[in-house]
Design a protein around this ligand. Sequence first.
Ligand code: HEM
Length: 202
Amino acid sequence: MKKTSWLLLISIFAICLLAAYGGTLGQSGSKTMIRFLALGGFFLLCISLMLGPLAVLLPRIFADLLESRRAIGISAAIFIALHFMLAMMLYFGWNFDNVLGNFSLLIVVPAMIFLIPLTFTSSDWAIKKMGMKNWKLLQYLAYPLFILAFAHFLLEASGPAFLPPPFPAYNIAEAKMVGLGIITIILQIAGFATRRKRASKK
Ligand code: HEM
């Protein structure tokens, strides 16, 4: 099997685990679905952001996987869009005042807006139309998107606790996704530092 197929297999397995674990928490159907889509979307967002720095740090292992990055990013956008739509429909009845009056939801509105151009320019056609330089500039939106989404996640996650107070009441899936988010940030910093070091040597 090719490395890209392994990545697909592992990602689907992880998403199935998130779904199965969510089903064990005894929450309502709508809550379970909204949270599953949220965690699945966040997971895929992390994977899409990890592949770039991993390809810089360990090119022999990860360079082949860069091709899958756009498909994973689009999959993340699909999960997140469904998470947003279900939350708007089932929790807020499409009343945006509720979103704008809640800090943890308000901060993620720009992230949702950034997601739109990022998703719709994920094609070779868009790169050709925009030019590589402009396209790369647009891709920088992924960083504030990720930081805002991570902050929203940390504020919203409150599944049944497995840690005693004063720790936040994250469940096992949430805690693992928080860990993945932190690893994503560390890899981004390491990838950036390595690229700068290599560029200064040239
Ligand atoms: C980039 C965009 C977004 C990402 C990555 C994201 C991700 C997440 C994550 C990971 C959680 C925690 C799930 C859990 O703990 O199981 C969450 C919760 C939540 N999100 Fe989002 N979200 C995004 C945008 C939005 C937007 C725009 C809204 C506005 C309606 C929203 C509404 C909610 C609500 C209401 C919860 C709490 C769900 C509950 O406790 O039942 N999210 N989100």
